[in-house]
Design a protein around this ligand. Structure first.
Ligand code: ADP
Length: 218
């Protein structure tokens, strides 16, 4: 069964989500108050509709509560984003993901019941910054305010060594939760697992510990 998504706001972020979900064969309803934007997505999304999402009746009329997951990707207009989120939760949409503009916006969205708040610019900035520090840091995902997951290429310092040799948990307080070797993935690797230069480690830990790990081993 296809999952049913609705994307409200077809700017760069919402548009990209809409394209990607449609490309993956999902059923997507594309919504924007701007006719030109909706026209751009006519041939991409499964359905498309011009409406202002702050209009509760309009959302009710299109049966928005039947969608499993609604993404609110309204950029600049924080007021419209908040009002839309309130209406969606009131209409009983079970999963609402909202793009936040800043921390203040995020706080309000969480208070009014957004199920997931995303901060694409901030998160991308963080990921890139870590990648700038070392090109071996492939990705960086925030889990909470002070914990993250990093995806790290093993590199020369780790090649030929086992996890026990590197003693990552004792020395840096981080845990290697998986190792990707080409197409294989070793979940919860044992201490005697030995690393090769192109291996990719998935490491979880407190930001300050990950930072020490990055500085010393990556
Ligand atoms: P991005 O930074 O992701 O490009 P934008 O602010 O450029 O975001 O785009 C947000 C989109 O949301 C615009 O296409 C705009 O027309 C749409 N939008 C804004 N307010 C509403 C609303 N109340 N109802 C529906 N669409 C809206």
């Amino acid at each position: 069964m296809k999952k049913e998504f609705a994307v409200i706001g077809l700017g760069r972020f919402g548009g990209s989500i809409c394209r990607e979900l449609s490309g993956e064969g999902m059923a997507v309803l594309a919504i924007d108050k701007d006719e030109d934007k909706v026209n751009q997505f006519k041939n991409i999304a499964t359905y498309s509709v011009i409406l202002d999402s702050t209009d509760e009746d309009a959302l009710r009329e299109i049966g928005i509560s039947n969608f499993e997951h609604v993404i609110v990707a309204i950029g600049e207009n924080i007021q419209a984003s908040i009002l839309t989120t309130v209406i969606l939760k009131e209409l009983g949409v079970s999963r609402v993901t909202v793009k936040a503009q800043n921390d203040y916006h995020e706080k309000i969205l969480r208070k009014i019941g957004a199920d997931q708040v995303v901060h694409p610019e901030r998160d991308m900035g963080r990921r890139l910054a870590h990648n700038f520090i070392s090109s071996n840091i492939l990705d960086y995902l925030e889990l909470s305010d002070d914990h993250s997951i990093a995806e790290v290429k093993a590199g020369r310092k780790m090649a030929g060594k086992t996890l026990a040799d590197l003693d990552i948990r004792a020395k840096y307080g981080c845990t290697v939760v998986a190792i990707k070797q080409g197409r294989e993935i070793i979940v919860s690797p044992s201490a005697d697992e030995s690393l090769q230069e192109e291996d990719i480690l998935i490491v979880i830990g407190a930001d300050k510990d990950l930072s020490r790990f990055e500085k010393n081993l990556v």
